[in-house]
Design a protein. Structure first.
Length: 189
């Protein structure tokens, strides 16, 4: 089950994993189940702290048809100086327009209906342990780089809302107007 703010696991630094055992594999299976089960909005990544477990694990699935990737003990070791707003993949055929997608807003499954404009590094290099226990180093760019940064922040106890405010941005909620269309409403802080 995905926990919501103000759950303490969301703002605590998660513990590193020394050994991939049955407990760790169980956490990964729960992450997969909860990510696939997220519907409105659909999640593209999920970290163990988001299910209340303070371990340094996260998974990604940028598109519904994408394979779920697992990252254990992730650490961003390099990031580009170029900052960009979220770069989502193009809408699939028949998909309805949505402020969440079309306005390049970042959100979080643990902070329901709160959105913000956030610039993140266009490219990052991540070191991590894979599910077999091997240490990997990989570079990511575009939408997956945004997901990697968001989820790495989670295992470091940092929420995207903090990043938005650090950049002098505003937070929004999405409401449905009388015509049934989505409208952004700024949240007073």
């Amino acid at each position: 089950m995905i926990v919501k703010i103000p759950h303490p696991a969301l703002t605590s630094v998660a513990k590193p994993i020394a050994l991939i055992d049955k407990k760790v594999l169980s956490v990964i299976e729960q992450l997969k189940k909860d990510l696939v089960g997220s519907k409105n909005p659909k999640g593209v990544g999920l970290a163990a702290p988001q299910i209340g477990i303070p371990l340094r694990i996260f998974i990604t699935r940028p598109l519904e048809k994408s394979k779920i990737e697992v990252y254990i003990n992730p650490q961003i070791i390099w990031q580009s100086e170029t900052l960009v707003e979220i770069k989502r993949p193009e809408r699939s055929e028949g998909e309805k327009p949505s402020l969440r997608r079309d306005k390049k807003l970042e959100g979080c499954l643990s902070i329901p209906n709160i959105w913000g404009y956030l610039k993140r590094a266009d490219s990052v290099r991540l070191t991590y342990m894979d599910i077999e226990g091997a240490i990997q180093s990989q570079e990511f760019s575009g939408f997956i780089a945004t997901i990697i940064q968001h989820e790495t922040d989670h295992v470091n106890g940092i929420l995207f809302t903090k990043r938005v405010l650090e950049q002098g941005g505003k937070l929004y909620t999405i409401t449905i107007d009388k015509k049934g269309e989505e409208t952004l409403v700024e949240i007073e802080i």
